[in-house]
Write a protein that binds this ligand. Structure first.
Ligand code: GLN
Length: 502
C-alpha cells in the first residue's frame, strides 16, 4: 500500500485488520517519514526506532496467530515528553532531566503498550509544559509544518507538528491551560482535553496538578475518540481519577458524522470573541456557526462574565502549584547534578543545579508561585485566585443550563512567527485566553480545524461540554468536521504545503 502515513488512524487500523498492510510496514513508513522531515520540523526529542519495530512485529505475529486485538493495535503513536516511559528518555523539555530514563510507565503508556501501539518516540515541548509556542524547550524549536518560520503552538507543539506533518497518525498531549487545543488549532489538527480526572495523571510529570490533563492529538475527530477511549478510565493510582466509566465517545463521533444536530443547543460565549481576535479567526468561527445552524443546531448567545479574570487567576494558581511540584528537581534524585567547585554543600549543589537546569520561563513561574504562596500574600493572591476559580465554575454551570455545548475560537490568532513573542511573556500568555477557563473548571474541550485565515494559516474551533459529558464534544465536533470537509472537498491538512524531504 502506498502512502500509509496519509491514512487516519481508523483507516490504518482497518487496513491492518483486513491484512492489506502490516504494523511493521506501517511503522517503518512513519519512521521513514520522520527521517525525511525531522530536519525541517524537529517534532521529536527522541525516536525509538527499535522499540517501535519490535512492538509492531509482535502485534503482527499475534494477529497472524488469530489473537483478538485492540482496535488500534499496530497503529503507531508519538508521546509528549512530559509523560514517563519506561526505558525511553523523558526530559519534559528541560535540561534538568537530560539523560533521565524513567523506571516505570505512566498509566496511559501502560494502556498504549497493552493495546499494541508502537511508540515512535517522545515529542518536543516547552520546558515543563510552560508556554504556547514550544520555544521554551531546552532542545530547540519545533517548526509549524504549514510555515516553517512559525510556531507550532505549545506547550505540545511537538505532538501537534508530528501529526500535522504525517510523522504519526496519533499523539499524546497534555493540557494544563491549552497545550493540546492551541497547538491543534495552529497546526490544523484535532486535540482534546478530557474532563479533569477522565484520563489518569499517574506518570505525567506534574505542572499544575489541579489543572493537568492528558489527551489525544490526531487528524480526525473519530481518531481522537478512539484514542481517548483507549487511554481514559478510572485509575486507582491517581487520587483525582473519576470513578465512573467514560461515556461512549466513539459512538458519539460516529453519530455526529451524520451531521444531524437537531435539538442540540450550541452556546456562543460572548466574552471569547471580538477585541483581540484576528478578523480571519472570527470569520471562520462565524461560518462554522452557520454550518451548525444548517445542521439543525439551535445557536444561543451565552455570557460568562467572569471568564475575563480567568487568565489572571490561572497565572497565580499555575505558578503556585508548579513551584511546589518542581521543588523535587534538586539535583539529588533525577537527571542533572551540578557540583560547584568550592564548598559543595547540599544546598549549594541544589542551587547550582536549579540555576543551570531550569530555563528563564520556569524560573519566572517558580518565583511568581512562591511569592503568591508566601505567608503575607497567600490570601491576597492564591486565595483570591481560588475564589475567582469558583466564580468561573459557576459561569460554566449557568451557561450549561442554556446550552448543551459552548463554542468559541480556540486561539485568538493563527500561528505567529518564531521569536515574535519570546521576549514578551504577557503576549505569550494571551494565546490561552479561550482555553484556560475549561482547565480552571475541569470541563472537557475539543479543538478542530475550521478553515484558513486570510494569512493562509489554520484556525481552530473550540467545543466545550459539561464535566463527564465528553461524548458531546465528539458528536458536535464530528458533525462540524463532516460539514466543513464537505465544503472543502477533503481535510484541511490536504491544503498544507508539501514539506521538502531528504
Ligand atoms: N500556555 C499555557 C502555559 O504556559 C498552557 C500550558 C499547558 O497547557 N501546559 O501555562
Amino acid at each position: 500500500m502506498s502512502d500509509l502515513t496519509r491514512l487516519s488512524a481508523a483507516a490504518l487500523a482497518d487496513a491492518l485488520s483486513s491484512g492489506e498492510t502490516s504494523s511493521v510496514e506501517a511503522t517503518q513508513a512513519h519512521l521513514d517519514r520522520i527521517a525525511a522531515v525531522e530536519g525541517a520540523v524537529h517534532a521529536f526529542l527522541h525516536v525509538s526506532t527499535d522499540e517501535a519495530l519490535a512492538t509492531a512485529a509482535d502485534v503482527d505475529a499475534r494477529r497472524a496467530a488469530g489473537e483478538q486485538l485492540h482496535a488500534l493495535a499496530g497503529v503507531p503513536i508519538a508521546v509528549k515528553d512530559v509523560v514517563v516511559t519506561q526505558g525511553l528518555p523523558t526530559t519534559a523539555g528541560s535540561k534538568i532531566l537530560e539523560g533521565w530514563v524513567p523506571p516505570y510507565d505512566a498509566t496511559l503508556v501502560e494502556k498504549i503498550k497493552a493495546a499494541g501501539l508502537p511508540i515512535l518516540g517522545k515529542t518536543n515541548m516547552d520546558e515543563f509544559a510552560m508556554g504556547s509556542s514550544t520555544e521554551h524547550s531546552a532542545y530547540g524549536n519545533t517548526h509549524n509544518p504549514w510555515d516553517l518560520d512559525r510556531i507550532p503552538g505549545g506547550s505540545g507543539g511537538g505532538s501537534a507538528a508530528a501529526v500535522a506533518a504525517y510523522e504519526a497518525p496519533l499523539a499524546i498531549g497534555t493540557d494544563t491551560g491549552g497545550s493540546i487545543r492551541q497547538p491543534a488549532a495552529v497546526t490544523g489538527t484535532v486535540g482534546v482535553k478530557p474532563t479533569y480526572g477522565g484520563v489518569s495523571r499517574y506518570g505525567l510529570i506534574a505542572l499544575a496538578s489541579s489543572l493537568d490533563q492528558a489527551g489525544p492529538v490526531t487528524r480526525t475527530v473519530l481518531d481522537s475518540a478512539l484514542l481517548h477511549e483507549l487511554i481514559g478510565g478510572h485509575d486507582p493510582r491517581d487520587s483525582t481519577s473519576l470513578a465512573e466509566p467514560l461515556p461512549a465517545l466513539v459512538a458519539a463521533a460516529r453519530l455526529g458524522a451524520a451531521a444531524d444536530l437537531s435539538g442540540v443547543r450550541v452556546g456562543v460565549i460572548t466574552e471569547l470573541q471580538g477585541e483581540g481576535y484576528q478578523p480571519g479567526v472570527l470569520a471562520r468561527f462565524e461560518e462554522s456557526l452557520e454550518l451548525l445552524r444548517g445542521a439543525g443546531a439551535e445557536i444561543v448567545e451565552v455570557s460568562c462574565p467572569r471568564f475575563t479574570y480567568a487568565l489572571a487567576a490561572y497565572y497565580l494558581i499555575l505558578p503556585a502549584e508548579a513551584s511546589s511540584n518542581l521543588a523535587k528537581f534538586d539535583g539529588m534524585r533525577f537527571g542533572l547534578r551540578v557540583i560547584p567547585d568550592d564548598n559543595p554543600t547540599a544546598e549549594r549543589v541544589m542551587s547550582a543545579t536549579r540555576g543551570q537546569g531550569f530555563g528563564d520561563e520556569v524560573k519566572r513561574r517558580i518565583i511568581l508561585g512562591t511569592y503568591a504562596l508566601s505567608a503575607g500574600y497567600y490570601d491576597a493572591y492564591y486565595g483570591s485566585a481560588q475564589k475567582v476559580r469558583t466564580l468561573i465554575q459557576r459561569d460554566f454551570a449557568a451557561a450549561f443550563e442554556k446550552a448543551d455545548v459552548l463554542v468559541s475560537p480556540t486561539a485568538p490568532t493563527t500561528a505567529f512567527k518564531l521569536g515574535e513573542k519570546l521576549d514578551d511573556p504577557l503576549a505569550m500568555y494571551l494565546n490561552d485566553v479561550a482555553t484556560i477557563p475549561a482547565n480552571l473548571a475541569g470541563v472537557p474541550g475539543l479543538s478542530l480545524p475550521s478553515g484558513l485565515s486570510d494569512d493562509g494559516l489554520p484556525v481552530g474551533f473550540q467545543v466545550l461540554a459539561p464535566a463527564k459529558a465528553d461524548d458531546r464534544l465528539y458528536r458536535v465536533g464530528a458533525a462540524l468536521e463532516a460539514l466543513l470537509e464537505n465544503e472543502w472537498g477533503g481535510p484541511l491538512l490536504g491544503r498544507a504545503p508539501e514539506l521538502e524531504t531528504r
